[in-house]
Design a protein. Sequence first.
Length: 96
Amino acid sequence: MAKGFIDCPEIMWMVRRMKATLVHTPTEYLEKHNTYRTRLLRGDVSGQLQPRIMPNLTWSWRLASEAEASASRCKVNSDEIPATENIFASVSRTVK
C-alpha cells in the first residue's frame, strides 16, 4: 500500500476499538480532551512527562469535514489533509 494510505479494514478496526469511548458532540470531546491536557500540564498524570506549554484545543469544522470526506471514500491519504501531526498514528497508539 502507498505511503500515507490506510485501508478500510484498518480504519474500521480503529473505529470499533474507539466506539465505546466516543462522545457525541465536539464540545464534549474537547472538554474531555482538554481536561486531560490540563492534568498533564499540572503534572497530575503518573508516568507522563509534564509539558511546559499545552494550550487547550479548539474544534475545526473544516478539518472534521475533510476527515469525514476521506473516510467516506474508504481510502485515507493523510498528505491530503493539512495538519501538523499524523492523526492515525496517534490514534492507533492510543487505542492499543
